[in-house]
Design a binder for this molecule. Structure first.
Ligand code: NAP
Length: 479
């Protein structure tokens, strides 16, 4: 094979070859930022373990937040760029090894998000009926890995642990009238279960105070605005220590949250069909069972202590109480999963990096340029838009690293061999055109049910539809 060494990387003759692993918002914003770089020729290949693109936008954003999902239009425009290719159904570390990417690309960007959960580390956490919020979110969003999960919604009272926006999503889905979700892209299996749900009360547990709650004002208001739902908070939970009071003086989301909660507390209950009870300064210490299933949560009252940096943490007061619940959702944050062949910080659950450049331990540097973006870079926080800024920083580093540095030689067109390699391994990569056909099929199935779309949740069905060319018969691509 002819090497193109005499041409600089990024020239027309020798475009920069970039592999992006992961197709959620951070992956797509990185592709978009790269493709907009001036004065450099490049090609971007994106690998995604799921058959379908968009990661958390498809499988994480709640079905009643359709506006948020419209960000997909931006990603579609990126995917239409002829310099971009999508390989769905390809798991790096299983179907392709990191070493192979290192051989065939000049730069690799890991944009894999945080697919696992933090644990509570309390007795009873793994009892039947105690679930991660992540699993529930994935289930109602039609994630193939969770389509067969079972959530027993015959329980009258449910506990949600954590007061972040994921906890708000889970709570909202549990208490709202399911008919309000019927026209969205909620998975049909979830809609049917929610229609039969007996849940009347969701108790949301925050370990610190209302000022430290992580939910955003819009999300807490959304719950308060649900028709037939009472949102309550105990006045004693709104009594603040001097440090929390001084935090309120700074204004911002904490102040708006607090003012809203005060308003709610003063309103009292109106006997809605369903209730959301917010409890602050409360940690679950044990989940107890009856006949092998979750039956109650034992909780301890906390107080806040502050360190010299002005950070608060909670400590138990030794005052305990129990409430009967039939289901527990743990919504205490996400955690990354290691990719074989890529360094991983077990304590933080992230890929170690400096401003997006992957840090390998001394002696393990292999001459490849590896980068990270999104949650696996900075941790599981921030709204979708935050990934735009984040990917801009990583791409800046990628471009800087190309300056004045002769990247290793790369045989011309070498990345093309990967497609053949995948076929040999009997993996069935899904390209963007395949996805557009499935997209059209899902929208068509949705239309028949009066929904935005009906997601195809069985990966084998996707592959067999594409093999039969069934969606092809419709002959039209959306957009
Ligand atoms: P998060 O915002 O970090 O919230 C996690 C919650 O779990 C916090 O209340 C945290 O309390 C609590 N927690 C952690 N460990 C705990 C423990 N051992 N015991 C009790 N509570 C514990 O995480 P998230 O809700 O998973 O959301 C992740 C990101 O996605 C956030 O940036 C969020 O805004 C975003 N998101 C946005 C939307 C939206 O815009 N609608 C929807 C979903 C997610 P402490 O504060 O005390 O640690």
């Amino acid at each position: 094979m002819i090497t193109q060494k005499r041409f600089p990387i990024g020239s027309r003759e020798r475009p920069l070859l970039v592999a992006i692993v992961g197709s959620g918002p951070s992956g797509f914003y990185t592709a978009d930022t790269l493709l907009k770089q001036k004065g450099i020729h490049l090609k971007v290949d994106m690998f995604e373990r799921m058959a379908m693109p968009y990661g958390l936008v498809r499988y994480g954003v709640a079905p009643d937040h359709q506006k948020t999902k419209q960000v997909i239009r931006i990603y579609e425009a990126t995917a239409r760029d002829p310099r971009f290719r999508f390989f769905g159904n390809v798991q790096v570390g299983r179907d392709l090894q990191v070493k192979e990417l290192q051989e065939h690309y000049n730069q690799i960007v890991y944009a894999v998000g945080c697919e696992s959960d933090r644990r509570l580390d309390i007795p009873g956490e793994d009892l039947p009926g105690s679930h991660t919020a992540t699993a529930f979110v994935a289930w109602y969003n039609g994630h193939p890995d969770h389509r067969d999960d079972l959530f027993d919604l015959s329980a009258r009272r449910v506990a949600v642990v954590g007061v972040g926006n994921v906890a708000m999503d889970v709570t909202r889905i549990l208490v709202q009238d399911p008919e309000g979700l019927a026209s969205t892209d909620i998975a049909e299996h979830a809609l049917q279960s929610l229609r039969k749900s007996s849940v009347e009360e969701v108790v949301v547990l925050g370990r610190r105070g209302p000022v430290q709650a992580k939910f955003t004002p819009k999300e807490i208001r959304e719950i308060g605005d649900l028709s037939g739902v009472d949102l309550t908070v105990r006045p004693r939970d709104l009594e603040l220590d001097p440090f929390s009071r001084s935090q309120l003086e700074k204004g911002g989301a904490a102040r708006r949250n607090f003012e809203y909660l005060k308003e709610q507390a003063s309103q009292g209950t109106s006997r809605g069909r369903r209730r959301v009870r917010l409890r602050f300064f409360t940690s679950p210490v044990e989940i107890l069972e009856k006949r092998g299933r979750v039956a109650s949560v034992r909780m301890e009252r906390n107080r806040l202590v502050w360190d010299e940096q002005g950070q608060s943490r909670c400590v138990g007061t030794g005052v305990f109480e129990s409430i009967g619940v039939g289901l527990v959702f743990r919504s205490v944050g996400y955690r990354g999963i290691p990719i074989p062949g890529v360094p991983f910080d077990e304590r933080k659950g992230l890929i170690p990096n400096a401003a997006g450049r992957v840090l390998r331990p001394p002696g393990d540097e292999n001459g490849t340029s590896e980068y990270v973006v999104g949650w696996i870079k900075r941790g599981p926080s921030g709204l979708i838009g935050a990934n735009k800024r984040d990917s801009a920083e990583t791409v800046r580093g990628m471009m800087e690293d190309l300056q004045g540095r002769e990247a290793r030689s790369l045989p011309e067109g070498n990345h093309e061999v990967l497609e053949g390699l995948l076929m040999e391994r009997e993996s069935r990569p899904i390209n963007f055109q395949d996805w557009q056909l499935i997209d059209a099929e899902e929208q068509e199935r949705g239309r028949k049910r009066g929904k935005v779309r009906e997601k195809i949740t069985d990966p084998d069905e996707v592959v067999s539809l594409l093999r039969q060319g069934k969606p092809l018969k419709k002959g039209k691509l959306p957009g």
